[in-house]
Structure formats: structure tokens, C-alpha cells
Design a protein around this ligand. Structure first.
Ligand SMILES: CC(C)(COP(=O)(O)OP(=O)(O)OC[C@H]1O[C@@H](n2cnc3c(N)ncnc32)[C@H](O)[C@@H]1OP(=O)(O)O)[C@@H](O)C(=O)NCCC(=O)NCCS
Length: 159
């Protein structure tokens, strides 16, 4: 499995995965809009890396993550892993690579919102060093739900 930048050719597969499995899905249009911006990092988890580099081979995108930056701050826009591939460290791998790239771009604080009921995501974020900093009542629709706001800040000895 390889974590790599989203490419134009991944957009249809990611939009399909988003529509089916994200709590807040991105359309192909939205993905393209973020793809052409230079203040975003869009990553995919690709399980095709051990296969021959054959143009006829469909990429096997099993995860997606997007982040938007206004250095030194950034916001996680979304993270989704295919249901059959969850709990295998793919979400964590996407976040580790995302933070590596964001830090290289001058980011040291990252924010996100998460549904109160989303135990797997909250667990992952806590493990990655996020802490709850706020609460937004009725933030989500379809179904309506409150959001927890979380932040990952630098360690006290870091800037
Ligand atoms: C959130 C999500 C991206 C995590 O992806 P993942 O690849 O399963 O994550 P990982 O395998 O790296 O880590 C999952 C962690 O959550 C834990 N977890 C899994 N299901 C859980 C549950 N129901 N309750 C609590 N923790 C849970 C795992 O045990 C693991 O922690 P561990 O390392 O301590 O064992 C995935 O669940 C997902 O796509 N959810 C739907 C989309 C979504 O809600 N995105 C977040 C929007 S804010």
C-alpha cells in the first residue's frame, strides 16, 4: 500500500468512494476544484503499488484525505477509508503522511470537526495528538448532529 498525491485520474474513483462512504461526501467537481488549488494537500491510499506499472491497470484507491492550509494553520477537510479496509492502519498512514507534508509547508496547527457519534474517527484523531477545543451545536445536517472541534498543536518545545 502506498500513500501518494491524488492525481487527476483518481478523481472519479475517489468521488465514488466519497458518495458511498463519507459522512460529508465530496463530489468529483469539488475534488477537481481542490485539486487545482495550491493551498491543499490531497492524498490517496493506493493498493496497486505491488502490481506491474501497466496503464490498463485500474488504480486501487482505498482511502482519501484532504487538507487545506493557511500556514501556519490548516484544516482537515475529509478522511475516508473503504469499509472493507478499515482498522488496518490506513487512516493513520494517511494522517502521518499528511502531517509530514503540511509541516514541510510551514503548518504547525491543524483543526477539524467531527460528528459526536463518530467513535472511530475521534479515536484516530486522539491517537494522532488532537485534543477537543470546542463544540458546535447542530453543525452537521443529514442527519443533524453536533460537532466536536479538535486541534493538533505543536509540542511546547516546538514552534
Ligand atoms: C475514520 C476512518 C477514516 C479511520 O480509518 P481507518 O483506516 O479505519 O483507521 P486506522 O485503522 O488507522 O485506525 C483506526 C483506529 O480507530 C479504532 N476504531 C475502529 N473502530 C472503532 C470504533 N467503532 N470505536 C472506537 N475506535 C475504533 C481502531 O481500533 C484504531 O485504533 P487503534 O490503533 O488504537 O486500534 C474510517 O473509519 C472511515 O473512513 N470512516 C468513515 C468516514 C469518516 O467518518 N471520516 C471522518 C470524518 S470527520
Amino acid at each position: 500500500m502506498q500513500i501518494r498525491s491524488l492525481e487527476l485520474g483518481d478523481i472519479a474513483a475517489v468521488a465514488k468512494m466519497e458518495a458511498a462512504y463519507s459522512g460529508n461526501p465530496w463530489s468529483d467537481r469539488a475534488l477537481f476544484t481542490y485539486f487545482v488549488r495550491d493551498d491543499t494537500i490531497l492524498l490517496v491510499a493506493d493498493e496497486n503499488d505491488d502490481k506491474p506499472n501497466d496503464q490498463d491497470w485500474d488504480p486501487r484507491v482505498v482511502g482519501f484525505m484532504g487538507l487545506i492550509m493557511t500556514a501556519p494553520e490548516s484544516d482537515i477537510l475529509d478522511i475516508t477509508v473503504l469499509p472493507g479496509r478499515r482498522n488496518a492502519g490506513i487512516g493513520r498512514a494517511l494522517m502521518v503522511e499528511m502531517f509530514r507534508r503540511a509541516e514541510a509547508a510551514g503548518v504547525h496547527t491543524t483543526y477539524l470537526e467531527v460528528r459526536v457519534s463518530n467513535a472511530p474517527a475521534r479515536h484516530l484523531y486522539q491517537k494522532m495528538g488532537f485534543q477537543q477545543i470546542g463544540f458546535r451545536k447542530g453543525y452537521y445536517s443529514d442527519p443533524e448532529e453536533d460537532a466536536i472541534v479538535m486541534a493538533k498543536r505543536p509540542e511546547p518545545d516546538q514552534k
